[in-house]
Design a binder for this molecule. Structure first.
Ligand code: ADP
Length: 508
């Protein structure tokens, strides 16, 4: 089974969030199974240095017809790290001559106006490249709106020369974040090679515009999203972004599969960024092992306090957030709590690493000046620091407004950093609420999107941290034992591919 993944990000080559992690992780997990041959097509952005990643330029150019133009693209070929999974990067000035993946970066969040064309080119090129290389994809797997047209082109405009007698591939589409609808004016339909009959309400039309994401929803044989709870949520007006009616109608082909974590990269026992490694399954099963875990974590915490100029207090609860600073992530809730006095009453320290909306960044800077030695604000994107924060913190705060899956709470569990999360989407599916009496749970949850609810859960967590040391250790042990690896998730995707293949078979 050849599986062609088409996505705008693939870690470690390109990444702005969870999408990149998934496209870097899932194909590797799939490749471990007999007879399964995943491959990835993604852009060669200017930020990707071919030499650094061992990418080889293919000699042959691939002509990609789109609208009334033919784009000539080149291809860089490499492998996902620690795997044989081929990655084909589309080389074209629309990608290589831009500073950012989706926009110039300044102002943050602003998109390039020609993104629909850029990602249509990615999708069309993906099919062109595999054909040029003589690979027939049994399954085309598009990711988010940028990969959605791969599904459409595979179904509607197969590049196969007529008479080759190949059925259209089975198509799977994954929603990593429904809030990015891939909107553009209806008038762009011809240059994106969309058939006129597909630009109505049953096709890609969405409130007088085109939604490229809809191409993935409507034309795929199977639809997935990145957690079971988010699969239910997106069928409601609160989370559906206007697509709830359509998604309800498509619920028969929709399934939620929780993302796996890449425990090769996120493992405190081997993480190269940490001042001291700790953990490992064996360590958790004996009292001596457990004290080594706690000692390792304490060292990481002390070093982190030093690195961030926080007061060197071993017993002060150190809380953390690593996040895009946007509405989705509940930064307004977080700020409402941090701007109050109550949360600062004890010795709590807090570190936030992220970037995004200017107004949030500014309010955080103001706060940092108000709480020197106790609040560290690092604006920017810094992967090594993200690892050190995960290891050094005691609590991880993630109050998202909505969260398709979320990865940092999963990493936090593995690092013994107890998550405090809003019970939505993948946060609800991956964290079990702490219960002191039954000594169960792996974190702390709250429901209402209100500062008081976050504060309540946060204080519950702080009380538990300051209370019974043995109970806290047991909580860390349960969190670290949580196994959300790609093993189970990739098996679920495989079932989806098989269902898609069955659904795509022409009726006999
Ligand atoms: P989303 O995809 O919505 O941004 P996820 O939790 O699914 O959120 O994934 C976020 C990923 O990006 C994680 O791997 C996280 O560590 C990383 N990340 C986010 N912001 C930063 C940052 N400022 N520095 C380093 N890593 C970050």
């Amino acid at each position: 089974m050849n599986i062609l993944h088409v996505a705008s990000e693939v870690a470690p080559l390109s990444k702005t969030g969870g999408l990149g992690d998934v496209v870097g992780g899932l194909p590797r997990a799939l490749a471990g199974r007999p007879g399964i041959h995943p491959m990835v097509v993604s852009p060669r952005y200017g930020s990707i240095d071919p030499a650094e990643h061992g990418l080889a330029r293919r000699l042959r150019r691939v002509p990609v017809p789109l609208g009334d133009q033919v784009f000539e693209v080149e291809v860089f070929e490499g492998r996902l790290p620690r795997s044989q999974v081929p990655v084909y990067l589309v080389e074209h000035p629309l990608f290589s001559e831009r500073t950012g993946l989706y926009g110039p970066g300044d102002p943050p969040g602003q998109d390039y106006p020609d993104n629909p064309l850029r990602f249509a080119l990615l999708c069309r090129a993906a099919l062109g490249i595999v054909q040029e290389f003589g690979i027939y994809p049994d399954v085309v797997h598009g990711h988010d709106w940028q990969g959605a047209l791969a599904v459409y082109y595979a179904k509607r405009a197969p590049l196969e020369p007529p008479g080759a007698h190949r059925p259209a591939p089975a198509c799977v589409f994954t929603i990593h974040n429904l809030s990015f609808l891939g909107l553009c004016p209806l008038s762009e339909a011809p240059q994106l090679s969309l058939r006129p009959e597909d630009t109505g309400p049953d096709g890609l039309e969405f409130y007088g515009q085109l939604s490229l994401l809809k191409a993935g929803l409507v034309f795929s044989d199977r639809l997935t999203t990145v957690s079971p709870r988010y699969a239910r949520e997106i069928q409601t007006p609160e989370f559906g972004c206007g697509m709830e009616g359509l998604l309800g109608a498509l619920s028969g082909k929709l399934v939620g599969i929780l993302n796996g974590a890449d425990y090769d990269r996120w493992n405190p026992a081997t993480d190269p960024y940490l001042p001291q490694n700790y953990g490992g399954v064996e360590a958790l099963s004996t009292p001596e092992g457990m004290s080594r875990v706690l000692a390792g974590k304490a060292r990481c915490k002390a070093e982190l306090q030093r690195e961030l100029s926080l007061l060197p207090r071993p017993r002060a609860p150190l809380c953390a957030t690593i996040s895009r600073l946007t509405d989705q992530k509940g930064i307004d809730l977080l700020l409402a709590v941090l701007e109050g006095e109550e949360i600062w009453q004890g010795e709590m320290q807090y570190v936030i690493l992220g970037s995004g909306e200017r107004a949030y960044e500014e309010r955080l800077r103001v706060l940092a000046r108000r709480h020197p030695g106790r609040l560290a604000v690092r604006i920017g994107y810094d992967e090594p620091l993200a690892h050190r924060v995960e290891a050094g913190a005691d609590l991880y705060i993630m109050p998202s407004r909505f969260e398709p899956c979320g990865l940092n709470q999963i990493y936090s569990l593995r690092y013994g950093t107890i998550p405090v999360v809003r019970a939505v989407g993948g946060l609800d599916d991956s964290v079990v609420d702490f219960d002191a009496r039954s000594r169960s749970g792996t974190g702390f949850k709250f429901h209402a999107y209100e500062p008081a609810a976050l504060l309540h859960a946060w204080r519950r967590a702080l009380l538990a941290y300051e209370g019974d040391a043995e109970a806290w250790q047991a909580l860390i042990r349960r969190a670290m034992r949580t196994d959300l690896s790609w093993e189970a998730s990739s098996a679920a995707y495989l079932r989806v591919y098989q269902q898609a293949l069955a659904a795509a078979q022409p009726a006999k």
